[in-house]
Every structure is written in structure tokens, then in C-alpha cells.
Design a protein around this ligand. Structure first.
Ligand code: F6P
Length: 335
């Protein structure tokens, strides 16, 4: 059994910690900058926790000044580094983390990450009565309760840029490219970038329409364009672009098929204007929420406005797929 530290009686918030957790996303740095600068502006002391929850367990926590966050607004990745901490899933790990926060008299936390990170935050906040506010950061844009998660716009533009290039070579050779886009459980990045790239079919885990489009496209292939893009979400039911392309090659041996897995390049790059602005809004809103006595909530973004979503709502479900976008894809198909 873990030795449970005494829980400090809550007073006024004077010191806050900020950390990034889970997969990185462009926009995390602008959010760290906004939390730090707006926190200092409100009279708080701000600390950066390195390597996500793991840094909290290991006591890897550093003070952040306004100067420390200069020049990061335009940078991808996260200056605080990130990790998926297994230790934080244990009572022992969380007890160590709490002790380290108490050593530095840190009263509250801002966690920038995805639903796994908020699940940990929610448990920790309840166990130790410590206010935690989350900022959604994941290129997947799959979190319930928010229309936007940091990194999505940048990642979508990275995919568009890559696919535009792939289309040049696809058309020169008359080839069909299966392009795999990140999204282990979510297809929104594949769906939106597929629409933006004019993909012939978009295969995502949440819907079967893409498979039907693909079959129609392949049957009519010779009569239509002689090259094409099939956008495939990493987590599709067929098991990814490679498997799907293998199946198509065996069914249609005359077709010239290639696969391009875009991979982790989608997680890098300078954040777009949209990511910088929303990250800044969310960072400021997270500090305000803490000072407003909010706890266990995620900062959301709905209808271009900041919202507050309880952790227990956002961690229970994934964002449902946008069926209007699926209908749009159907309406634009030529086969
Ligand atoms: O950031 C979310 C995500 O990009 C998923 O779409 C993807 O499946 C996963 O992270 C990959 O994570 P890792 O870098 O840990 O392999």
C-alpha cells in the first residue's frame, strides 16, 4: 500500500504548475507561454513540470519566468517535454507526485494533453483535493466537449502539404496512393484532410461509407481519373493503409498501388495561426478558471468561445464523428 501523504488544507492559490502529457501537439508551446505569462500577470508564481506526470513523480520541476517562455510561440513540440507515465497510474506514483508538489508549495496544476492525461488529472485532483484545469492538446481532435484540440489545424495542414506533393507523383505515374494519417481511434484528421485534398475515398474507424466509396471508385477506375488518393486513418477497421492496399492489390492486380504512411511528421511543425491563437486563449482561460476556484475541468472551445467541461464528462466519451462532413464527402464523389 502506498504511504498517503497528509492532504494540505486549501487556501488561496499562489503557485501553479504546468505540464504537457501524452502525445505532443503543435500549440503546446504557445499554451505554456500563455499559462506562464498570464499567471505571472495575475501575481502567481509558475512552475514547469518536466516530462509530464513522470517529472512530477521524480521532482523534476523548474520555476518559469516570462523570459523562459520567450521565443516559443512559433515552435512545435513542447519545451516541457512529454511522456505517457505508467507510474502515475499507481497510488504510489501519485503519492510521490503530491509530495513533490507540496515541497514546492504548488497549489494547483494546468495539464495540457489528451483524454488519458485528463483521466490521471481527474483521479489526482480527487485524491489530493488539488485543483487541476486541463487544456486539450492532441492532433486527433477527438475529445468530447470541445470542437478544438491544440495541434489539429497544424497537423491538417501538414497532411495537406504532403498529399499535394504525393498527388503530383501519383498523377505522373497513374497510381493510386493509400495515404495513412494518424488517429488510432479517431478519424477526424483523415476525414477533414481527405476533404481538403479531394481524396477519392476516406476510410475511418467510425464509419463504413469510405469502404463503399472505395469499392465504387475501384470498379469505375479505368473510366475515370488515372490516379487517386485514398485517405486512411491509422485506426481503420482493415488495419491501416498497408493492409488495405494489399487487399486492393490482390483484388485488382492491374492497378498500380503505392502506400505512404505520414507518421510522426504530423505531430511536428510550427503551429499555425489558429493553433497559436486558440492555445493562447486556452492558456489564459485555464489560469482564470483556477483563480475562479474551478477544479477538475477542461477548457473547451465551442462556437469560437471558451467553455468549461468537467473532466468526468470529457474522459467518458470520444467526440462523435461529424456526419455532415461524411455527407459532404459523399456529395462530392463522382462515382
Ligand atoms: O497524438 C495522438 C496520436 O498521434 C495518435 O493519433 C497516434 O496513434 C498516437 O498519438 C501515436 O502515439 P506515439 O507517438 O506514442 O506512438
Amino acid at each position: 500500500m502506498a504511504e498517503i501523504p497528509n492532504i494540505k488544507k486549501r487556501g488561496e492559490i499562489k503557485r501553479i504548475g504546468v505540464l504537457t502529457s501524452g502525445g505532443d501537439a503543435p500549440g503546446m508551446n504557445p499554451a505554456i507561454r500563455a499559462v506562464t505569462r498570464s499567471g505571472i500577470h495575475k501575481g502567481l508564481e509558475v512552475f514547469g513540470v518536466m516530462n509530464g506526470y513522470q517529472g512530477m513523480i521524480e521532482g523534476n520541476i523548474v520555476p518559469l519566468t516570462s523570459d523562459d517562455v520567450s521565443g516559443i510561440l512559433q515552435k512545435g513540440g513542447t519545451i516541457l517535454k512529454t511522456a505517457r507515465s505508467k507510474d502515475f497510474r499507481t497510488e504510489e506514483g501519485r503519492a510521490k507526485a503530491y509530495k513533490n508538489l507540496m515541497k514546492l508549495e504548488i497549489d494547483a496544476l494546468v495539464v495540457i494533453g489528451g483524454d488519458g492525461s485528463f483521466m490521471g488529472a481527474s483521479i489526482f485532483s480527487k485524491e489530493y483535493d488539488i485543483p487541476v484545469v486541463g487544456i486539450p492538446g492532441t492532433i486527433d481532435n477527438d475529445m468530447y466537449g470541445t470542437e478544438y484540440t491544440l495541434g489539429y489545424d497544424t497537423a491538417m495542414n501538414t497532411v495537406i502539404d504532403a498529399v499535394d506533393k504525393i498527388k503530383d507523383t501519383a498523377s505522373s505515374h497513374g497510381r493510386i496512393f493509400f495515404v495513412e494519417v494518424m488517429g488510432r481511434e479517431a478519424g477526424l484528421l483523415a476525414l477533414s484532410s481527405g476533404i481538403a485534398c479531394g481524396a477519392e475515398a476516406i476510410i475511418i474507424p467510425e464509419a463504413d461509407e469510405g469502404d463503399k466509396d472505395l469499392q465504387k471508385y475501384l470498379k469505375n477506375y479505368k473510366k475515370k481519373k488515372n490516379s487517386g488518393i485514398v485517405m486512411v486513418a491509422e485506426g481503420d477497421k482493415a488495419g491501416g493503409a498497408l493492409k488495405l492496399a494489399e487487399r486492393v492489390t490482390s483484388d485488382y492486380p492491374d492497378l498500380d498501388v503505392r502506400v505512404s504512411i505520414l507518421g510522426h511528421m504530423q505531430r511536428g511543425g510550427n503551429p499555425t495561426g489558429t493553433d497559436r491563437v486558440i492555445a493562447t486563449q486556452m492558456g489564459v482561460a485555464a489560469v482564470e478558471a483556477l483563480l475562479d476556484d474551478q477544479k477538475s475541468i477542461m477548457i473547451g472551445y465551442v462556437n469560437s468561445k471558451i467553455t468549461h467541461v468537467p473532466f468526468n464528462k470529457t474522459v467518458k466519451a470520444n467526440r462523435p464523428i461529424d456526419h455532415d462532413l461524411l455527407d459532404i464527402q459523399k456529395a462530392l464523389n463522382k462515382w
